[in-house]
Design a protein around this ligand. Structure first.
Ligand code: ACO
Length: 350
């Protein structure tokens, strides 16, 4: 059995805030943000839109594309939703704190009546973790056939807009992939690439919990709850040790790509595209330099969307897919890192 990506979708709020507009609110500049991060703008969800809304829009896009491209033998995206076995939503910014899982709201909106639904929280690595989780669940039971994997965030809601060290980095958005299990031989480790099969070939996942404090929302959880009568000056927000995260990111991106290359006997010429988590162009440039991989191999879109955490890789995948930049048979690597600290990558044959 093999796990094929049969559709992709994305949702990006229409409100676009350029660096220049941001620089009218806080002490920063377009030049500083671009030169330190590669970011030029971010899209921000209006108050009426939450993560589940963005997730549903991206999911509908993925279902519709799977139908339009005749990938799944269904002619109606709504009917296709009814056949889903489960949905996994990677997010750090759930609609409601802890309960209900945001994915249940998505399941309801999609009319995916028979689908199980779960949220997965691995910070910015959530999409990479979620796609592997979905693939493993599909392979675990012969009766399961179809799944949706979504990465969605409203990071603008957990951003301290007075902290120029973090607020310039983040944006809102969602991306989704529709997965279908199809007949095919599952091979031994190290043989996934030579077999030529399409779909998700393998995944690397990891975490280094010793870095838990380097990206953190300190207040509101069971460690540090709000107390009755307490005045809330600023809502819960992300605090970051930028240097520590930067160093971790360059290290794990380099190591993850190297591990794929070594264990699957690949050279960089075998890889059509690397789709990294879109946090900072300098992180990608540093990793590329270490690996001697030309910058053009990496697909970067943080110039337009900034860092959308769990959503950044599926948004990029959908852009590449819809613009015809991925050809059947292309080998692609996704690679990312995030709070926790977590990291990982997926090796996919398109
Ligand atoms: N505008 C202008 N100046 C700024 C800004 C800003 N937005 N932010 C910081 N500065 C200033 C600092 O105050 C400092 O000034 P000083 O020298 O007078 O003290 C100077 O710029 C340099 O600050 P650094 O923090 O050293 O800047 P650096 O070059 O390290 O870049 C950055 C900071 C971009 C945050 C970098 O550390 C980074 O990208 N780290 C990784 C962050 C990341 O990827 N986070 C997300 C991962 S997980 C997730 O996706 C949610």
């Amino acid at each position: 059995m093999v796990i094929k990506i049969a559709g992709t979708g994305r949702a990006v709020p229409s409100t676009r805030v350029s660096n220049k507009e941001l620089a009218e609110q806080i002490d920063t500049s377009d030049e500083w943000i671009r030169s330190h991060t590669g970011i030029g703008a971010r899209h921000i969800a209006p108050e009426t839109i939450s993560v589940s809304d963005l997730a549903v829009e991206a999911a509908r896009g993925a279902l519709k594309l799977a139908v339009e491209r005749a990938e799944v033998g269904e002619t109606d995206p709504e009917k296709l939703a009814e056949t889903l076995d489960f949905i996994v939503l990677g997010t750090t910014t759930q609609d409601y704190y802890g309960c209900p899982p945001t994915c249940c709201l998505v399941q309801h909106q999609l009319g995916a009546k028979k689908a199980a639904a779960m949220d997965l929280a691995a910070a910015c690595s959530s999409f990479i973790y979620s796609i592997e989780t979905a693939a493993a669940l599909l392979l675990a039971d012969p009766r399961r056939k179809r799944a949706l994997v979504i990465g969605a965030e409203t990071l603008s809601r957990i951003t301290n807009w007075n902290d120029r060290g973090t607020c310039v980095l983040f944006g809102d958005g969602a991306g989704a992939v529709f997965l279908e299990k199809q007949d095919g031989k599952q091979e031994e480790p190290g043989e996934a690439v030579s077999s030529g099969r399409r779909g998700l070939l393998r995944t690397i996942l990891g975490a280094d919990g010793s870095g838990w404090e380097n990206l953190i929302i300190r207040r509101g959880g069971s460690r540090n709850p709000w107390k009755p009568g307490e005045t809330v000056d600023i809502p819960p927000h992300v605090e970051m040790n930028g240097h520590a995260v930067y160093n971790f990111a360059v290290k794990v991106i380099t190591e993850t790509i190297e591990q794929f290359m070594e264990e699957e006997s690949l050279t960089i010429h075998d890889i059509a595209r690397i789709i990294p988590h879109q946090a900072n162009a300098r992180i990608i440039q540093a990793a590329g330099k270490r690996l001697k991989i030309p910058e053009e191999k990496f697909y970067l879109n943080m110039e337009e969307y900034a860092n959308t955490s769990s959503a950044s890789i599926p948004i990029a995948l959908d852009e590449l897919n819809r613009s015809g930049q991925l050809r059947r048979g292309d080998l692609i690597i996704t690679v990312g890192f995030g709070g926790g600290l977590t990291y990982g990558g997926n090796l996919i044959r398109w």
